[in-house]
Write a protein that binds this ligand. Structure first.
Ligand code: CS2
Length: 466
């Protein structure tokens, strides 16, 4: 049993280390040792083992280079993670870590694709990995592969404890993220026939929604030398990020939660307005310029913003299509957009288009589709979106056909491959229910406009990518 209160994190990416762990470090800096909170970080996937292995050798600590738009930087030592485990090797570690009443919450970052949502926002129980985990949990035997299996093991361990109540806080960019996770996790529990766990969850577990924000690029290899030069320390797994951070979390905790409001975190009952603005202005803006930027040969996202045509396209998208369809506005959206554009211009963080472009199949329904839908619902043709979505399609088409070389990563790549292999690829794309959720059939004018924009955009790349 540990002395300090603890949090557990599932999914150890750079974003988590630059965000939740950073905030906990800020808090700990204000507290005496016995009141500090520490993280146990747990890796879930075999393919992401390298960083946790290096982090474990450093007892969880590392440096964070926090970079301002003028290039000036702070090197902050993060010591708020002090235990690192790998459940992708041995899922038994989950019950061991969670069986500690000093653990008060689990935070999660597994990316948008890690939730296995269908077009109706249900859990995709037919997906092989989910079907596998349902069996593992139902039979209480074997090694899970997804968040759902690991979370079930964690909560089964808590259910056995006398005071097991716990907060489960997802920190991924899904709108209404806590409620969605709750809904699909209950579906998982039902499929695995854990009736008693389901009843226990009702009284003992909360799933607060949250909005999280910090642009955290993939750290370049040169960061190791940079850290050594500035701090004199060897660090095998430092991270870097912009100097902007924000965390808004729903005030809905099952038990004690660290008093992060002391270091700038907002606890509120209206997270939705914040997450809607962030996902549609920031993540949506990232999404839509990354494919056209890649096709123009840019490497880092700030190059998109310096391209006056792309900058103008983004402005039209934000000002004509996103901002007018955000109806709940707890702050000034124009000012918010201006801050985001200045963050997007930060060339010192050198955020790669390759990082932002990945996983587009699961990002599109979250970041872009709601904006398209809300515009069509108000009888407005979102022409900036149409233009930029056409570039996304062309990016996939040219990349998958080998005409445009780009290191595109996506666990759902087979979905795009299916469109491209069909006799009518553009039609296959436009009628995919997981992507459009019925929108293209409800609005034939939109279907038509996008199909012809795609054809026109493809033609425009004939010469550059023969
Ligand atoms: C990016 C995000 O991956 C993406 O699509 O838009 O990682 C973005 O950098 C963060 O959400 C910023 O908070």
């Amino acid at each position: 049993m540990s002395e300090n209160n603890r949090l557990v994190h599932f999914g150890i990416g750079a974003f988590h280390r630059g965000h939740q762990a950073y905030y906990l470090q800020l808090l700990n800096d204000t507290l005496p040792e016995d009141e500090r909170w520490y993280y146990t970080d747990i890796n879930l996937r075999q393919e992401t083992r390298a960083i946790p292995t290096a982090l474990k050798k450093q007892n969880g600590s590392y440096h964070f280079k926090r970079i301002a738009p003028d290039g000036s930087a702070q090197f902050i030592k993060i010591r708020s993670i002090n235990a690192v485990e790998d459940a992708s090797e041995n899922a038994g570690v989950i019950a061991h870590v969670l069986n500690d009443d000093k653990v008060k919450a689990i935070t999660i970052t597994v990316t948008e694709g890690g939730y296995y949502l269908t077009d109706s926002d249900d859990l995709n129980l037919t997906h092989a990995e989910i079907a596998h985990d349902v069996e593992v949990i139902r039979q209480q035997h074997g090694q899970p592969k997804t968040l759902f299996g690991f979370l079930a093991l964690a909560l089964l361990a808590r259910q056995k404890m006398p005071h097991g109540a716990i907060t489960v806080a997802t920190c991924d960019n899904l709108r209404d993220n806590g409620n969605r996770l709750k809904k699909v996790f209950y579906q998982f529990v039902q499929a695995a026939q854990l009736t008693e766990l389901e009843t226990w969850l009702d009284d003992n577990v909360t799933f607060p929604c949250s909005m999280v924000d910090r642009i955290t690029p993939v750290p370049p290899a040169s960061l190791l030398e940079d850290v050594k030069l500035h701090t004199g320390m060897d660090d095998a797994c430092p991270i870097m990020g912009e100097d902007f951070e924000q965390w808004v979390i729903e005030d809905n905790f099952a038990t004690t939660f660290p008093p992060l409001e002391k270091v700038g975190v907002t606890f509120t009952n209206n997270v939705h307005a914040f997450e809607e603005a962030k996902i549609r202005i920031l993540n949506g803006g990232h999404f839509l310029l990354s494919y056209v930027g890649a096709l123009r040969g840019y490497i880092t996202y700030d190059e998109n913003i310096r391209d006056s045509e792309l900058n103008e396209w983004l402005k039209q998208y934000h000002q004509n299509e996103v901002i007018p369809t955000i109806y709940d506005r707890p702050f000034d959206l124009e000012e918010y957009r201006a801050i985001i554009i200045s963050r997007f211009s930060n060339s010192y963080i050198a955020d790669s288009i390759e990082r932002i472009a990945m996983d587009s199949i699961s990002k599109f329904p979250q970041f872009i589709l709601p904006t398209v839908k809300l515009n069509l619902d108000r009888d407005y043709m979102p022409t900036a979106a149409v233009n930029l979505i056409a570039h996304w399609y062309c990016f996939l088409h040219l990349n998958l056909s080998g005409r445009f070389t780009f290191n595109y990563k996506d666990p759902y790549l087979s979905v795009a491959q299916r469109w491209m292999e069909s006799p009518e690829p553009i039609e296959a794309f436009l009628s995919d229910p997981d992507i459009w959720q019925g929108l293209t059939s409800r609005f034939p004018m939109f279907h038509q406009a996008l199909a012809s924009q795609i054809q026109q955009t493809l033609d425009s790349y004939e010469e550059r990518y023969p």
